[in-house]
Design a protein around this ligand. Structure first.
Ligand code: PMP
Length: 396
C-alpha cells in the first residue's frame, strides 16, 4: 500500500543535502558582512540585509526596548488580541513612505503575498511573470481567478495574453519589482503602459527593491519615476529593513477588505513586538540615509566588474543581487564549496528555483561590505574558478 511518508527528494536535491558543509541549510552566524560557519570565519555574501540594518545599533536597541515593554510575542492574530499600537504605527509609516492611503503589516513577506488571494475571484484573470516569487504563485493558486504566466520580462508575450483574455474580466498584472535570483528589474514603464491599455491593475512585490532602489528608497516605482502608476504594493521587512514581517500598501478600501478576508493574516500570530519596532526604526534610517544605498551599489558594481574580468557570466543584473551563472547543478554545488573553502559564503539557486540546467551562485552584497571583503570575494572566485574550470562566461 502507498505511504505518504515514502516520498523522496529528487536526485538533484539529493546532491545538495549530504553531510555538511552544503549549500542548503548550512548553519551560519552572520554579522557586518562576515560570518562564522563550520568553525571558519568567512565573508558573508548570501544575506539580503542589503543596507546592513540588521546590525545597526539604532535598530537593535528599538527591538530590545520593545521586548522590555511588550515581551517577546503577541501570541494572537492581528484580528483578536495581537494588534499593538506599534503595528498601527508601522502601518501608518509604511503607507506614508510609499504615498499610499493605507497599509497592513503581516508576520512575513510570504504572508503579505498570500494575503492577495481574496482579490483574485472567479472570472478574474491574473497575469504573472514566470520568475515571480513562489508566494505570489501560491496566492494566485489559492484564489479562484484564471492564471496566465508570461515568460520572464517578455512584454510581447504578456501583451498577447492580455489581448486574448475576456474583455469583461477583471485583470491584474503581478510581478516582483527586483527579481530575487538574477537581480534584474521588472520592465515597469512597459508594464504600466500595458496595464493602462488593457485596463488591468498592477501589483508589485517590492520585497527586494523597497528600501534599496530610488533616490528615497521607495523601490522600483520610484526608480522609474512611476510611483503614481502602481495600484498595490507588497513587501517584506526581512531584507532592507533588517527585521522580519511583511506589508501590503494601497487604497484604503482594498486594505480594509484584506484585513477581514486574508487567511494569512487572520489565522496566524501577528508580527512580534521586537520585529515591528525594528522595522519602524529601520524605515526612518532608510528614508534619511541614502548613502547606504550608494555604498551597496558601489560594492555590487565592483564585485560584478571584477567577476566579469575573471570570465564569469553575471547576467543582466545591475543591482546588489549578483548571479554567477554556472549551468550544471553538480558543478554549481562544487563551485559553491570551492568558494567557501576560499573563505566566502554564497548561496546557490538550482531547479526548481531556476530552470533545470541554469544553476547559479547568488551573491547578495551589503552596504557593510568593506573594500577588503570585495577583494576577498574576487580572490575566492578567481581561485575556485581556476580549480574547477568554471569561469567560462556564457556557460548558460
Ligand atoms: N517576495 C520575494 C520576491 C522574495 O524574494 C521573498 C523572500 N525571499 C519574499 C517575497 C518573502 O519574504 P519573507 O522572507 O519576508 O517571507
Amino acid at each position: 500500500m502507498a505511504d505518504i511518508f515514502a516520498k523522496q527528494l529528487s536526485p538533484v536535491m539529493r546532491t545538495m543535502t549530504g553531510p555538511g558543509p552544503r549549500p542548503l541549510y548550512q548553519a551560519v552566524e552572520g554579522r557586518n558582512g562576515e560570518a562564522l560557519t563550520g568553525g571558519a570565519r568567512v565573508v558573508m555574501a548570501a544575506c539580503n540585509d542589503y543596507l546592513g540594518l540588521a546590525d545597526d545599533p539604532r535598530v537593535s536597541e528599538a527591538a530590545v526596548r520593545a521586548v522590555q515593554r511588550y515581551g517577546t510575542s503577541c501570541s494572537g492574530s492581528r484580528l483578536i488580541g495581537g494588534t499593538l499600537p506599534l503595528h498601527e504605527e508601522l502601518e501608518r509609516a509604511v503607507a506614508a513612505f510609499l504615498g499610499q492611503e493605507a497599509a497592513i503589516v503581516t508576520t512575513t513577506g510570504c504572508q503579505a503575498n498570500l494575503a492577495l488571494s481574496p482579490l483574485f475571484g472567479r472570472g478574474d484573470v491574473v497575469f504573472g511573470d514566470m520568475a515571480n516569487h513562489a508566494s505570489l504563485v501560491d496566492a494566485v493558486q489559492a484564489g479562484r481567478a484564471g492564471s496566465r504566466r508570461y515568460r520572464h520580462c517578455d512584454m510581447g508575450h504578456l501583451e498577447r495574453q492580455l489581448a486574448a483574455a475576456d474583455g469583461e474580466a477583471a485583470k491584474v498584472i503581478i510581478t516582483d519589482g527586483l527579481f530575487s535570483a538574477e537581480g534584474d528589474l521588472c520592465p515597469l514603464p512597459e508594464l504600466v503602459g500595458l496595464a493602462r491599455r488593457h485596463d488591468a491593475r498592477l501589483v508589485i512585490d517590492g520585497a527586494h527593491d523597497i528600501g534599496l532602489l530610488g533616490a528615497g528608497g521607495r523601490g522600483v516605482a520610484e526608480h522609474f519615476g512611476l510611483m503614481d502608476e502602481v495600484d498595490l504594493y507588497t513587501g517584506t521587512f526581512s531584507k532592507c529593513f533588517g527585521s522580519i514581517g511583511g506589508f501590503l500598501a494601497g487604497p484604503a478600501e482594498v486594505i480594509h477588505f484584506l484585513r477581514y478576508t486574508a487567511r494569512s493574516v487572520l489565522f496566524t500570530a501577528s508580527m512580534p513586538p521586537a520585529s515591528a519596532a525594528a522595522a519602524v526604526a529601520a524605515l526612518k534610517i532608510i528614508a534619511s540615509e541614502p548613502e547606504r544605498r550608494m555604498r551597496v551599489f558601489e560594492v555590487a558594481r565592483r564585485v560584478r566588474n571584477g567577476l566579469r574580468e575573471l570570465g564569469f557570466d553575471t547576467g543582466e543584473s545591475l543591482t546588489p543581487i549578483v548571479p554567477v551563472h554556472i549551468g550544471d547543478t553538480g558543478l554549481c554545488g562544487r563551485m559553491w564549496q570551492a568558494v567557501l573553502d576560499e573563505g566566502v559564503f554564497t548561496s546557490v539557486m538550482v531547479a526548481p528555483g531556476v530552470a533545470e540546467g541554469h544553476a547559479l551562485i547568488r551573491l547578495a552584497l551589503q552596504a557593510t561590505h568593506t573594500d577588503d571583503h570585495i577583494a576577498r570575494i574576487l580572490e575566492a572566485f578567481a581561485t575556485a574558478g581556476r580549480r574547477l574550470g568554471a569561469a567560462t562566461a556564457g556557460a548558460r
